[in-house]
Design a binder for this molecule. Sequence first.
Ligand code: HPA
Length: 268
Amino acid sequence: MLEEIKQTAAWIKAQTHDFAPEVGIVLGTGLGDFAEAIDTEYALEYKSIPGFPVSTVEGHKGRMIFGRLEGRRVVAMQGRFHYYEGYTMQQVTFPVRVMQQLGISCLFVSNASGGINTSFRTGDLMVITDHINLMPNPLIGPNMAELGPRFPDMHNCYDKALIAKATAIAEEENIKLQYGVYVGGTGPTFETQAEYRYFKAIGGDAAGMSTVPEVIVARHMSIPVFGVSVITNCGLSDEVGDHEDVQRQGRKAGAKMQTLFRRMLRDM
Ligand code: HPA
C-alpha cells in the first residue's frame, strides 16, 4: 500500500514537474465550480492516474487540479471517491495519502449534507467542528507506521485555529456561518426520519456520506484539517432528499464557500 502511494506520488511529480502543493482541497457534490477559480497549471484526470479509482457519480468531475489560488500552491480534487460507490476505505482515502506525499501541510474539505440541527436552513454553510464516524474506519488493517501512529488521537480533529480564522473572515465578509458535528454514514440512501432523529440524538448537526474517511486519514498523518458543509436539505422537515437538489444547493452556497476558502488561503 505504502509503495503504491509513493509510486502514484512519484508519477504525479513527474507529470507536474515537481509542483509542490502547500494546501490540498477536496471539493464535494455541487462544489466543483470552485476549481474554475484556480489558476491551473496541471490537471490530471483520475482515470489517467495510476493507482487511482475512477469516480462514478454524476456531478463529480474526477480530476486533480494543480495551480495557484490567492498566492498559494494548491492541489484540488474535483470530485471524490465514496464508500457507497463500492470502493474500499483504502481506495476512498488513497488521494489524501498521495497529497501528503506531494507535501501538503493543510487540508480543506467540503461536502453537501442534510441539516439535522433544526436551526439550520437550506443553503447554510456549516463549519465542521467535529464528526461522528458511522462508516468502517479507514485505518483498519496493518498500520503504516511511517505515516502515523496505530492509535491516532482525534482531539482537535478540525483545527481550532483554522476555525477561529474562518470565523473572523466570515464576520468581515458578512457570511453567516453555522457550526456543528458532521455524522458520516455510508449512504447511498438518504436517512429515514427515525435515522435523522437518531443522528440528532447522538449529537449530530448534519448528515452526510463522505469526508470522515479522508479526515481520519489526514489526522493519522497529523495534517491540520478545515472542513465546511453546505446544508442542502433539512432532514427533519417533510422534504424528500434528491440528488439534483443537493447539487443545485451546493452550487448556490458554493460562492460563499469559495470566498471563505480563498480568504483563508490568502491569510495563511
Ligand atoms: N443525508 C446524507 N447525505 C446527504 C444528505 C442527507 O440528508 N444531503 C446531502 N448529502
